[in-house]
Design a protein around this ligand. Structure first.
Ligand code: F6P
Length: 321
């Protein structure tokens, strides 16, 4: 394979640049040229790509965001648009594509494979909701950002004897919330995977008050049944021992310099993605499984998420009191 293209799709995630750098340098070291497609699948539709060199990806390892630009592209769902995109890549001499993105983006990878174009997916999303991989680029940094914020919020909650609801991102996944709650020692976590009743929140507050806790931190996943403002209102409207306030962390979780873990994992994933493509493979997901970065069949999505969420729930329940 002499020419490879890559794009970053969906929400940006810290560590995507480390992966872009690794893909570029690994391809070049194997004698292949590399094209960076701008702004996710939209750049393929709009035919916007630029050649990447070892020097053009210098100094990006530690930077958040994506130097290629990211985004979601509804137009790409249309099979006629997909055919046009494949024709565009072929006409430009590109023989394989690497897509760094989340759950939705990797579905785009599969459809290009169906059209006979060689594609490899790399999980890049702070949500860590890509089935088949234990981790995705950006999740660790987002969790660290959330933990740092919660540590600060606990200080003020404690001083005022308050409940603090901290809403974190994750779309339909409670992964960031669960990990951040464990790492920050929060009193409660509310995630979409394990719905709870309002009365259970009130009962836990009462119990923590009896325990002598000066604060009550709830880490709330954005996909849970209440949003932060609504839950805060419900708590304050009822007779509860803590006065509640809320903070929505939002997009700060997507930005910032990637953690060492995200940098190293993204680099390994980039190398494995190129190796797979140059070995003639397609429809591959580069996955982290049991501490190893491995290429797996993109269509064999596993059920390990449910087990993982259950394990996190158990860890949380024994450490939160
Ligand atoms: O998928 C990453 C993510 O940050 C989710 O956690 C969040 O729900 C969503 O993207 C926000 O998307 P947008 O950038 O389109 O507002």
């Amino acid at each position: 394979m002499r020419s490879v293209a890559l794009l970053t799709s969906g929400g940006d995630a810290p560590g995507m640049n480390a992966c872009i750098r690794a893909v570029t340098r690994t391809s070049i070291s194997h004698g292949a040229e590399v094209w960076g497609i701008n702004n996710g699948f939209q750049g393929m539709v709009d035919q916007q790509m630029e050649q990447l060199t070892s020097r053009s990806v210098a100094g990006i390892l530690q930077r958040g965001g994506s130097v290629l630009g990211a985004g979601r592209c509804l137009e790409f769902i249309d099979p006629r648009v997909q055919i046009r995109c494949v024709d565009y890549l072929r006409d430009a001499g590109v023989e394989g594509l690497i897509v760094i993105g989340g759950d939705g983006s990797l579905r785009g990878v599969h459809s290009l494979n169906v059209l006979g174009f060689s594609v490899i997916g790399v999980p890049g999303s702070i949500d860590n909701d890509v089935p088949g991989t234990d981790n995705s680029i950006g999740a660790d940094t987002a969790i660290n950002t959330a933990v740092e914020a919660i540590d600060r919020l606990r200080d003020t909650a404690s001083a005022h004897h308050r409940a603090m609801i901290v809403e974190v991102m994750g779309r339909h996944s409670g992964y960031i919330a669960h990990m951040a709650a464990i790492a920050s020692g929060a009193e409660m976590v509310i995630v979409p995977e394990h719905p709870i009743e309002l009365q259970a929140v009130f009962d836990e507050m009462e119990a923590m008050q009896q325990h002598g806790k000066r604060h009550f931190i709830i880490v709330l996943a954005e996909g849970a049944k209440w949003r932060a403002a609504e839950l805060t209102q419900l708590i304050n409207d009822a007779d509860n021992p803590y006065d509640a306030r809320y903070t929505v962390l939002g997009y700060i979780q997507r930005g910032g310099s990637p953690s060492a873990l995200d940098r190293t994992m993204a680099t390994q994933m980039g190398v494995v993605a190129v190796d797979a493509l140059l070995a003639g493979k397609s429809n591959v997901l580069v996955a982290m499984q049991d501490g190893m970065v491995v290429p797996i069949d993109l269509s064999t999505f596993s059920a390990n998420e449910t087990k993982r969420d259950q394990r996190l729930k158990e860890v949380f329940s024994v450490t939160s009191t």
